[in-house]
Structure formats: structure tokens, C-alpha cells
Design a protein around this ligand. Structure first.
Ligand code: NAI
Length: 340
């Protein structure tokens, strides 16, 4: 029986890259039955009453898995982030973002291979903001022991299961002594109690950013609270060729939502030029996750085929414009299908 997956096209370039990713995943032989549900401005356009309709949340909860395009969040005013709300509501507590250099993709560094594990439910993204009086606003940063321990445990477990050697916690506990202090204390305690086989370090986030740009190969798994993990993800994308090649997963206890790091890219939306590779790679993460959680090795086989196809396409110069090529979104999907 086909495995049911929710497909959320999202906003901007979302529908274009989602269609391309779906095409590649289907062509790789993954037995998936897709159900489209909307989120973001696309939900309102489809006649829903909310940006994040309950029916979308319910179906993700029922199927336990979704592949998601990006959703627009207006700057400064307007509604809060659909993405933050979705991750929080479904308790997708760990954002996992692998960053690696690839043959055929021009980048400033070689041999980068690291993974960011970002706490996905609290920190400054808890959304507790107030205008206390005119001209004075506050935003409250939330750190709980339960969430900090849970994501630390995930990061160490992830490292161990994949033969990774070191977890670096990025923090600013020198200034935010209580919130970031709690975050690193939990990480340290989880490490000392259960994961002494993995090397562990704490790095102040500003210095860490400098070190990252000087030599990203020094890092392996990076654990960070929500805001640092968000900013760092784009910084790291820039180290390996940009947002077109940076996939991601939001993992919870009861399910997972896979999405690229990039946003809805309004500057290129509707032009058919967006690079779908980051979402295709997120799809590969989804297939591997399905294989592990549902015990079906066929998903892993499909994932390996897709990985081989994009490695070959990139090496042979079949790439989209952001990577210096000429292919459009669906042309690139076709190039992958041809190489499966
Ligand atoms: P963005 O990631 O959408 O775009 C940044 C730059 O990268 C743009 O120049 C864009 O054209 C380029 N780019 C991004 N993805 C690309 C792709 N696949 N192929 C080729 N070029 C690509 O970030 P921006 O402009 O800051 O945000 C736009 C909107 O997306 C905002 O409303 C933001 O809130 C939202 N967003 C949503 C996310 C999500 O749904 N997970 C994540 C990040 C941003």
C-alpha cells in the first residue's frame, strides 16, 4: 500500500519547486500517495479561512509526514510566521539542516560536511512580543529545561547514529546567562550522562560565526537555539553554494515536516527559474526518514537513486541559474529524472 504524504506547495516559488520535487520522487519509484494541503497565503487564495488551516494540521498529524514548500511571512507588520506556528503546533522540536559541499557547485570551501540541529519551538521565536508603551517594545526569550534537553539528546543521538564525532553548542550565555545558560547546561549534562563517546564543545556564537567563515571544516554537528540556528543556516548555505542546495527537516516525536532552508523568493517567483534541488534534497531526507521509521528499505533505495542523479547532474553541469547554469525549474527536474 502506498505511503500517504501531505504535500504543501506553499507560497512564491513553493508550488514550482514542490511540483518538481514531487516529479523526481515519483520517478525514483517511491510508492507515495500525495495529498495536497495548503498553508500560507496560498491557503487564503484557495478559500481557506486561516493561513494555517486546521485541516492541514490535522492531516499532517494523521499521516505523520509532509513535504513543504516555503511560506511567506510579511516583514515588520502583519501575521506571525506560519512556519514557526506549524513547527510549534506539531511540536517539531528539532530542525535538522545538513550542509555539504558538492561536486559541480562552486563554493568558497571544499570538504564542508556539517549538520545544524536547531531548537525549533522556543527561544526568541516564542512570539511573546509586547509594546509596553509607545516607542518601547519587548520580546521575551523562552528557554525550558525540557525543550533544551530534548533537542540536545536529539543532536547527540543523531551524531552517534551517523558516526559523527563532535557536537558544538553555539550560545551567548556570557550575556544571556539564564536562557542560554540553561540551554548549554542541559546540553553539557546530556552529553556527560549519555554521550561521552562524542566530543563536545561550547562556542560563543559571535566567535563561532567568525570561525565558521574562516574554516567550516572544523565543525561537525552544531546545536543551537532557535534564532542562532535560523541565522546560521543561511550563513552555512552561503558557504556551500547558496540556498538552492540546502535542505532541511523538522522532526518531532510523532512526525516530521521536510522543507528547504530557503524562503518563498518573491524576486523570482512565477518565472520557472527557482532551483528545486534544496526541496528535492529535503525529499531525500524524507525518504530516508520514512525508511528508518516505517521499516521499508525501498524508500532508502529511491533516496539513493535521487542522490546519485543529482550528484551526476551537478558534475555534468546540468544546473539552474543560481548555480551558474541555464536550466529552469522543471528542466532541472527532467535532468534528474533522466539520470535516475
Ligand atoms: P529567500 O530564501 O526566499 O530568498 C533569498 C534569496 O535567495 C533571494 O534572492 C532568492 O531569489 C534566492 N533563492 C531562495 N531560494 C532559491 C531557490 N530555490 N532557487 C534560486 N534562488 C533562490 O529569503 P527572503 O527573501 O528573506 O524571504 C522571502 C520570504 O520567504 C519571506 O516572507 C520569509 O519570511 C519567507 N521564508 C520562509 C521560509 C519557510 O517557509 N521555511 C524560510 C525562509 C524565509
Amino acid at each position: 500500500m502506498a505511503t500517504k504524504v501531505v504535500l504543501i506547495p506553499g507560497d512564491g516559488i513553493g508550488p514550482e519547486v514542490a511540483q518538481a520535487a514531487q516529479r523526481v520522487i515519483d520517478a525514483a519509484g517511491a510508492d507515495i500517495e500525495w495529498t495536497v494541503r495548503h498553508a500560507g497565503e496560498a491557503a487564503l487564495a484557495a478559500g481557506e479561512k486561516a493561513l494555517l488551516p486546521q485541516s492541514t494540521l490535522d492531516l499532517i498529524a494523521e499521516y505523520g509526514v509532509a513535504l513543504k514548500g516555503p511560506c511567506t511571512t510579511p516583514v515588520g507588520t502583519g501575521f506571525r510566521s506560519v512556519n514557526v506556528l506549524l513547527r510549534k503546533t506539531l511540536d517539531l522540536y528539532a530542525a535538522v539542516r545538513p550542509i555539504r559541499t558538492m561536486h559541480g557547485v562552486k563554493s568558497r570551501y571544499e570538504n564542508v560536511d556539517l549538520v545544524i540541529v536547531r531548537e525549533n519551538t522556543e527561544g526568541l521565536y516564542a512570539g511573546i512580543e509586547n509594546e509596553i508603551t509607545k516607542g518601547v517594545c519587548t520580546s521575551i526569550k523562552v528557554a525550558t529545561e525540557a525543550a533544551s534537553r530534548r533537542v540536545a539528546d536529539y543532536a547527540f543521538r543523531y551524531a552517534r547514529e551517523r558516526g559523527r564525532k563532535k557536537v558544538s553548542v553555539f550560545h551567548k550565555a556570557n550575556i544571556m546567562k539564564l536562557t542560554d545558560g540553561l540551554f548549554i547546561r542541559c546540553a553539557r549534562e546530556v552529553h556527560d550522562a549519555q554521550y561521552q563517546d562524542i566530543a563536545y564543545e561550547e562556542v560563543i556564537v559571535d566567535a563561532a560565526c567568525m570561525k565558521m567563515v574562516q574554516d567550516p571544516t572544523k565543525f561537525d554537528v552544531i546545536l543551537a537555539e532557535n534564532l542562532y540556528g535560523d541565522i546560521l543556516s543561511d550563513l552555512c548555505a552561503g558557504l556551500v553554494g547558496g540556498l538552492g542546495v540546502t535542505p532541511g527537516a523538522n522532526i518531532g516525536e510523532k512526525g516530521a515536516v521536510f522543507e528547504a532552508v530557503h524562503g518563498s523568493a518573491p524576486d523570482i517567483a512565477g518565472k520557472g527559474v527557482a532551483n528545486p534541488l534544496a526541496l528535492v534534497m529535503s525529499g531525500v531526507m524524507m525518504l530516508n526518514w520514512l525508511s528508518a521509521t516505517r521499516g521499508d528499505p525501498k524508500f532508502r533505495e529511491s533516496a539513493t537513486r535521487i542522490r546519485g542523479a543529482y550528484d551526476r547532474a551537478l558534475t555534468e553541469g546540468a544546473v539552474t541559474r543560481d548555480l551558474g547554469g541555464t536550466l529552469g525549474t522543471m528542466e532541472f527536474a527532467d535532468a534528474l529524472v533522466k539520470r535516475l
